[in-house]
Design a protein around this ligand. Structure first.
Ligand code: DGY
Length: 332
C-alpha cells in the first residue's frame, strides 16, 4: 500500500537546492515565482499543507492560521518572525522556525556598508560622476563625516548588533549599546561595549544602528522625541524593521537638521517608500537587502527547508521560535 505524502507549500521562488531537500519527502506545491501569494490564493493553496516554506514577507494572521487545520510548521526564510501571529500559532500548536546565525555577518556587513556610504557620501558622489558633472574639485568637495574613532551606538545588542559592534571596533570606534537586557561581561569585554540608557545612547552616539526586533514594545521606539535627542551631526542606520522607526519623524529630523542623515534598508510599508524620503539628499535607501548575498540567501533557504524536513521526520527543527509547542506536541 502506498502511503500518501504530506503536503508542503513553498510560497515563493527559493534557491533550487532547498526544493531538492524536500522533493521526494513531501507532495510539493511550489509557487516558483517572485510574486507574493495574495491572501485568497495563500488560503486556497495552503489547505491541507503540513508545512509552509516561506520568505518572512508573507503574512500569517490569526484567521488564516485558524483555517489551516493540517498545518504543523511555518518555516520562515529570515531571522525576523513579525510576519506571523506567534501567540495564535503557538495556541494552535503550529511550530514557527526562522533562520538565525547564517545571516548575522552578511547583515552586519550591510549595516556597516550603509554607515560608510552615508557618512562618506559614496552614493551621492557616484551619482555625480555618472551624471558626468565632475569638472573641478574644491577644498570641501563631497566632504563627509569621519567614521573612525567616532561613537557607534548599537540599539539592540543581539547577534547582528554585536557583529556590527565588532566591525566598529575594527574602525577604532567607541561602542555604546542599549538593550532590554544587559549583555554578559564576556561580550561587553570582547566588544569593549558600554551599556547605557536609550537616552544616553541617542545623545552621545555619532551613529545609531538599530538592531531590535519588531515587537509591540519596539514599534516606533525611535520617533520624534528620540530623534530630537540625537546629535545634529549623527546618522541613523536601520537594517532591522521599518516600523521600529517612525519614518515620518525621520523625514522631519533630516529636513529640519536634527540629524545629519540616515541609511535605511527597511521601511514601514514595503515595498512602498514614503515619497518624502525619496526627496532627501542625505539618505542612502536600499530595498531590504541586508542579508542578500548569494551564499547567505541560499543558506537561509536550505536551513528553512531542513526545518520542514525535520518535522516530516519527527525531529525537532534546528531553529524554533516557539519551542514550547515542540515540548507539548499533543497540543493539536
Ligand atoms: C530577516 O532575516 O528577517 C531579514 O530582514 C530578511 O527578511
Amino acid at each position: 500500500m502506498t502511503q500518501t505524502k504530506s503536503k508542503v507549500l513553498i510560497t515563493r521562488r527559493v534557491y533550487p537546492e532547498a526544493v531538492e531537500i524536500l522533493r521526494g519527502h513531501a507532495e510539493l506545491d511550489y509557487n516558483d515565482s517572485d510574486d507574493r501569494l495574495e491572501s485568497a490564493e495563500l488560503l486556497r493553496r495552503a489547505q491541507g499543507a503540513m508545512g509552509i516554506l516561506t520568505p518572512n514577507t508573507q503574512r500569517f494572521q490569526v484567521e488564516l492560521l485558524h483555517s489551516l487545520t493540517d498545518l504543523r510548521i511555518i518555516a520562515n526564510i529570515g531571522v525576523g518572525f513579525d510576519n506571523v501571529d506567534i501567540a495564535a500559532a503557538s495556541e494552535l500548536g503550529i511550530l514557527i522556525s526562522n533562520t538565525p546565525d547564517v545571516l548575522t555577518e552578511t547583515t552586519a556587513d550591510f549595516a556597516f556598508a550603509l554607515l560608510l556610504a552615508i557618512s562618506r557620501r559614496v552614493v551621492e558622489a557616484n551619482r555625480y560622476l555618472l551624471e558626468d558633472r565632475w569638472t573641478r574639485g574644491s577644498i570641501d568637495f563631497f566632504a563627509g563625516h569621519d567614521v573612525h574613532h567616532r561613537t557607534l551606538g548599537i540599539f539592540g545588542l543581539g547577534r547582528i548588533g554585536a557583529a556590527v559592534a565588532r566591525r566598529g571596533r575594527g574602525f577604532s570606534m567607541k561602542i555604546l549599546y542599549h538593550d532590554a537586557r544587559k549583555a554578559s561581561k564576556d561580550l561587553e569585554g570582547e566588544l569593549a561595549a558600554t551599556f547605557v540608557s536609550k537616552e544616553q545612547l541617542l545623545r552621545e552616539s555619532d551613529f545609531v544602528s538599530v538592531h531590535v526586533p519588531l515587537t509591540e514594545e519596539t514599534r516606533k521606539s525611535i520617533a520624534e522625541p528620540q530623534l530630537r535627542l540625537m546629535k545634529k551631526t549623527s546618522i541613523l542606520i536601520n537594517t532591522s524593521r521599518g516600523a521600529v522607526v517612525d519614518e515620518q519623524a525621520v523625514v522631519k529630523a533630516i529636513q529640519q537638521k536634527w540629524i545629519a542623515g540616515a541609511g535605511l534598508d527597511v521601511f514601514e510599508r514595503e515595498p512602498r517608500i514614503n515619497p518624502e524620503l525619496l526627496n532627501l539628499r542625505n539618505v542612502v535607501l536600499t530595498p531590504h537587502i541586508a542579508s542578500s548575498s548569494e551564499d547567505t540567501r541560499r543558506e537561509m533557504c536550505l536551513m528553512a527547508a531542513r526545518n520542514i524536513l525535520s518535522v516530516l521526520n519527527g525531529r525537532r527543527p534546528e531553529s524554533l521560535v516557539n519551542r514550547s509547542v515542540w515540548e507539548s506536541p499533543a497540543i493539536r
